[in-house]
Structures are given as C-alpha cells and as structure tokens.
Design a protein around this ligand. Structure first.
Ligand SMILES: Nc1ncnc2c1ncn2[C@@H]1O[C@H](COP(=O)(O)OP(=O)(O)OP(=O)(O)O)[C@@H](O)[C@H]1O
Ligand SMILES: Nc1ncnc2c1ncn2[C@@H]1O[C@H](COP(=O)(O)OP(=O)(O)OP(=O)(O)O)[C@@H](O)[C@H]1O
Ligand SMILES: [Mg+2]
Ligand SMILES: [Mg+2]
Lengths: 228, 228
C-alpha cells in the first residue's frame, strides 16, 4: 500500500544543511503493523510527515496505492489525507478553539463521502478512550494524556486505510496505552488497516509485527518478526 | 523544603466543576529524589503547577523553605520561580522565536545574582545533552526529543534548589533518558538539589527513591523506598 523510494530530506538552518533523511526506501503492505524506532533526532517524525503527505521530500518518491503523492495537486493530496490517512502528531496539533468532540468530528465532516454521523462517531471514539466525560473540554482544559487520546480518536475518525502515529503513547499510563493498542489492533484485524507507529517505548515496539530502525536519517535495520 | 497542606484545585468548564486535586498534603525534604505517578488525568500536572508556583490552589497552602508561596506578591513569586525552581513542562513551553541556546540562557540572564555567564552555561548544558550541534536551531527546527532536552537544560540553567519535571523523558530514547537521569542524580548528589519528577515510565519510576501515587486528584499511596 505504501512504497517510498530514495527519500531524502535536507533542511537549512541559516547556511547550515541538516540531512534529516538520507536515501530511505521502504515498502509496507496493506494490513501490516509496523513500528519505527531509533534515537531522538534520527528522522522518524520527518519520515512520517513525508509518508503522511504532510511534507514533500527533497528527492525521492512516495506511492500510496500506486499513486505518487509527491506529484499530486494540493486538492487531491488533501483528499487522500482526509480519507486514506489518519495522522497522530507527536505534539497532538489539536485545534485549541474546538472541544474534544469537535476536534474528533472535524475530519468526518470534511469527508467527501459521508460514512458516519460526525458527532455520534466522535462520541463513540472518545468513550472508547475513557474521555466520555471530557467531550466538551477544549485542549487547554485537558491533561497531556487526554489530549493525546483525542488526537488518536481524531486519526481513527474516518476509519482510514492507513494510521500513522508519532509516539502515540508517549504521555499515557499503561492502562490507557493498552486501550489504544487494543483499538489499533482491532481496526487492523477488522478492516485490514495498515498501522505505522513511531515509538520510543520498548513495550510498544515488541507488540509490533515488524520493526524498522532509523539512525541518523538512514534505515539501519529491518527486522520482520512476529509479535508474541 | 516543600510542604503542601490540604491542596485542592477545582476548575470550571461551563457549569461543570472538575475537581482536579482534592485535599492533597505532602512534605518533601531537601535532596529527595521523588517520583509522582498515576493514571492520565489524575492531577499530576496540576499538582506540579501548584508546587512550582505557576498556579494557585482553590484552597490549601504551599510552603517552600517555610515561605507560603500562595500569599506572595507576583514580584516575589517570580523571583522564587527564577532562582529556586527549575520547571520542565510536559509540553516543553519553549519560546519559539529564540534558539535553543537563547532559550536555555534566558533564566540565567534574568537571575538577580549572576552565577554564570548565560551563553557559556547554556552551551555546556546543551553539550551535555548531545545538542551541541543544534544550539542555533529554533524549537520548530528541532525534533520532539531535542525540544524536550532543551526544556530540561533550561530547568537546570540556574542550578536551582528544586527541579520539578513533568514527564521529562516522555519523548526520549533510552540513551537520551539515561543521560538526563544521570544529570539529575548528579545535581542531587553534588548540590543536594531536590528532584521531583512526574512519570508514566516504570523504568524511570524505579530509579526514584520515593514514589507518590495520585489517583483521581488524591494521594492514594506513598511508598518510601530505596532505588536499586
Ligand atoms: N525544520 C527543521 N530545520 C532544521 N532541522 C530540522 C528541522 N526539523 C527537524 N530537524 C532536524 O532533523 C533531524 C530529524 O528530526 P526528526 O523530528 O525527524 O527526529 P525524530 O527521529 O522524530 O526525533 P524524536 O525521537 O526526538 O522525536 C533532527 O536532528 C532535527 O534537529
Ligand atoms: N483548565 C482546565 N479546566 C478543566 N479541567 C481541567 C483543566 N486542566 C486540567 N483539567 C482536568 O483536570 C484533571 C487533571 O489534569 P492533569 O493535567 O493534572 O492530569 P495529569 O495527571 O497530568 O494527566 P496526564 O498524565 O495525562 O498528563 C484532568 O481530568 C483534566 O481533564
Ligand atoms: Mg519525532
Ligand atoms: Mg500531565
């Protein structure tokens, strides 16, 4: 479902060049449950931003279901982002003026073909993550882990084909983490959703079926393994 | 060094009241290495905000070195916050228009009695955390874990008597986490700094010498134990 070839991303800080990603290639099939691990600063968020269609590479291509998203019009790309990809940001990126319910309902309201009643769908997801009594809170009225769970619910809202999560359990206790991982396994088993998670947590990494390791912007290790 | 008595914090969302903290009392001595644990939403960040002088309780008192900080003028409180307390925010709260170096130097520049050369002190701390080649990057030009380390360096900058950290390793890989914990143990052993950390990471919790557990805004468990 996802094929990245020779991805490089170079950023500039004043005169200095930072090579955040160097010649990264990978292929992920439909329904895979993949972890991306590596040291802080190794390029994981940069890679996720590219495969999630939120950023463009300096060189290289990214195909989602055979379509090269680096060549699409902004309008077509926006539609793929809304319908095919659910993205969980490392810093959550919730809309501060909207409540938890409105934040999760938003992508459902924007969907070209309506699958769900937006507020009903949002309430169900927030209930699943234990936030039923927080649905009218705005992000600043939520704890860090509550904001993270709202961001996760939002990514699941349109039942997208691909879930991309950037350290989705970083602010969660073990109980909340289990609920999140359970939900992700569930959508994968039910809908064959592809799940790609960046994590620093060994406990999460060992639940993934395949691990890709990034160091200094390169893939250094790919180990296909079966989670126990 | 720190005594909280009967702290309660009630927040309002429209007509609904949320009791984030309910009658919390605790005493922490100079040089203690304390962990605060508990489920997401249990009141940990709220408690830290109160003991760090960043927020005021609905009822109750907080004494730092015998001074009730809930009764101080803003000017006196600001000075205590700058000189006595180093605070690491769950969401980092770096100044987006300043570089890493400037962010870390800032509290040193504001100190009433100058202990260090601000930029030299900032560079040393950033080097210690592996960010020597990122000192001129602004927060948006840093990875999540790099921003977190800048926030930690900033908290250490004035060599404060009390370090208060809200999930300081949540975005860090195990290597960077070890460097951070090493640095915190170091200042405690060298200067008898009091270190209070909120964490969801059992690996960090087991390194603390005492654990306080919060559930639903109350302390449910206090276990003084020696870290192995
Ligand atoms: N806008 C930018 N300009 C310059 N350099 C950047 C920018 N964004 C990121 N970088 C650098 O690119 C590298 C990769 O960043 P990235 O955010 O992808 O790391 P990461 O693996 O997600 O790290 P973490 O685990 O800490 O979140 C880092 O060294 C970072 O300093
Ligand atoms: N400004 C606010 N208005 C209303 N309720 C709030 C506000 N800030 C926090 N809360 C609520 O107070 C409770 C405690 O929040 P707090 O941020 O202290 O939790 P926490 O223990 O730090 O959680 P986490 O581990 O997820 O960071 C939460 O249930 C949260 O929804
Ligand atoms: Mg990252
Ligand atoms: Mg918190």
């Amino acid at each position: 479902v996802l094929r990245a070839q020779n991805l490089s991303k170079t950023l500039k800080v004043g005169e200095v060049k930072v090579e955040a990603l160097r010649n990264v290639s990978l292929t992920i099939e439909r329904g895979e449950f993949v972890g991306i691990v590596g040291p802080s600063g190794s390029g994981k968020s940069t890679l996720l931003g590219l495969i999630g269609g939120l950023d463009t590479p300096t060189t290289g291509t990214i195909e989602i279901d055979g379509v090269d998203i680096t060549r699409l019009s902004e309008r077509k790309l926006t539609r793929i982002r809304n319908e095919k990809i659910g993205f969980i940001f490392q810093a959550f990126n919730l809309i501060p003026t909207l409540t938890a319910l409105e934040n999760v309902a938003l992508p459902v309201q924007f969907a070209a073909k309506r699958q769900f009643n937006p507020h009903k769908r949002a309430k169900e997801l927030l209930d699943m993550f234990g936030l039923g009594d927080r649905i009218h809170h705005r992000p600043t009225q939520l704890s860090g882990g509550q904001q993270q769970r709202v961001a996760i619910a939002r990514a699941l809202a349109n039942n997208p084909a691909i879930i991309v999560g950037d350290e989705p359990t970083g602010n969660l206790d073990s109980e909340s983490s289990s609920v999140v991982m359970e939900a992700l396994r569930n959508v994968r088993d039910t809908f064959n959703t592809t799940v790609i998670l960046v994590t620093h947590d060994p406990g999460i990494a060992e639940q993934m079926e395949r691990l890709i390791t990034l160091v200094d912007g390169r893939i250094t290790d790919e180990d296909a393994r079966t989670a126990t």
